[in-house]
Design a protein around this ligand. Structure first.
Ligand SMILES: [Zn+2]
Length: 305
């Protein structure tokens, strides 16, 4: 298989065998290999027929990921995983239902430097000038505490540090695909929702593209999972948390129409279009015929208990 710039050769000491059960639904049913990511040691891309998730058969260890991301951030000089946080924040603000609370608690999980949550708070503040915001960033990278007249910002290294709190808005944008123990992570995120609280999730879904275009990168070991509508439209049923789905659709195209990115953006928009049409015509199906959308986003809301 062709090696891509983003794909790194891992040794046995960097890896944990995760082939015996699905990291999302914990099913021990045999999962079919779809691609080989690496020959020695063998790492395969497995499909779970139970929950419809794709995951790597071998997961990078915590130590490997720590040093990998440290180097990654040093090289890119940026901690944000989305090209234009303002655009994504405006998009999320449009999806969110009205919330009349005077203080909104926002959790930005894996949000790099927390820009997405800060910009989102500014946009929501324009709509509701009397609302205050308490932002907690949970990320491997720690940021300094900050505050202004309507916002406090604080960061924590892990979800364990906030486990006794509840949040009105949780952002998990382009992060779940990085976390090996995904079943437990989703449980933690659902548990952290306040009544009527919303969880916004965005993940890449590129396996169908890679089936067509052999060179399309899976971005392992950064991405250890790949999950689209068939996964997200079923996931809430596996947890006891009372959840409803407010939005489930192809994700926003992250790149804009600058000189360098216009072709990429055109292709991305074009590939998402048939899914958007199918969503309308088939009235939000669980599974789509057209799966070349490249990424999915979903907004969950916790129902009153
Ligand atoms: Zn599964």
């Amino acid at each position: 298989m062709t090696k891509h710039r983003t794909e790194t050769q891992l040794t046995l000491t960097d890896l944990i065998d995760a082939s015996s059960s699905c990291p999302f639904c914990l099913s021990r049913a045999e999962r079919d290999p779809v691609f080989t990511i690496q020959q020695k040691p063998l790492i395969q891309w497995l499909f779970c027929t139970q929950c419809k998730a794709y995951s790597a058969s071998m997961m990078p260890t915590e130590q490997f990921l720590e040093s990998y991301y440290r180097n990654y951030y040093d090289e890119t000089q940026s901690k944000i995983t989305v090209g234009r946080p303002e655009r994504l924040a405006r998009h999320i603000a449009q999806l969110l239902p009205e919330n009349s609370k005077t203080t909104l608690k926002i959790l930005d999980f894996g949000g790099g430097d927390g820009t997405l949550a800060k910009v989102l708070a500014e946009i929501l503040r324009q709509k509701h000038p009397t609302t205050d915001f308490k932002i907690t960033l949970v990320d491997f990278n720690q940021e300094k505490d900050a505050e202004n007249e309507f916002l406090t910002f604080h960061s924590e290294p892990s979800l364990t540090a906030v486990k006794n709190q509840k949040f009105d808005i949780i952002l998990a944008s382009a992060i779940i695909e990085h976390v090996p123990e995904a079943h437990h992570l989703l449980q933690e995120l659902f548990d952290l929702l306040a009544d009527k609280g919303t969880l916004y999730v965005r993940t890449p879904y590129v396996t169908p593209l890679k089936k067509l275009f052999r060179h399309y990168p899976l971005k392992y070991p950064m991405h250890v999972h790949d999950i689209g509508p068939s996964f997200w439209n079923r996931v809430a049923k596996r947890y006891s948390n009372p959840l409803e789905i407010l939005v489930s659709q192809p994700s926003l195209v992250a790149s804009g129409f600058s000189k360098k990115k216009w072709l990429r953006s055109c292709v991305a928009h074009t590939l998402k279009l048939p899914t958007r049409m199918e969503k309308q015509l088939r009235n939000n199906p669980t599974d789509y015929f057209w799966n070349l959308m490249g990424g999915w986003e979903i907004l969950f809301r916790k129902k009153n208990e």
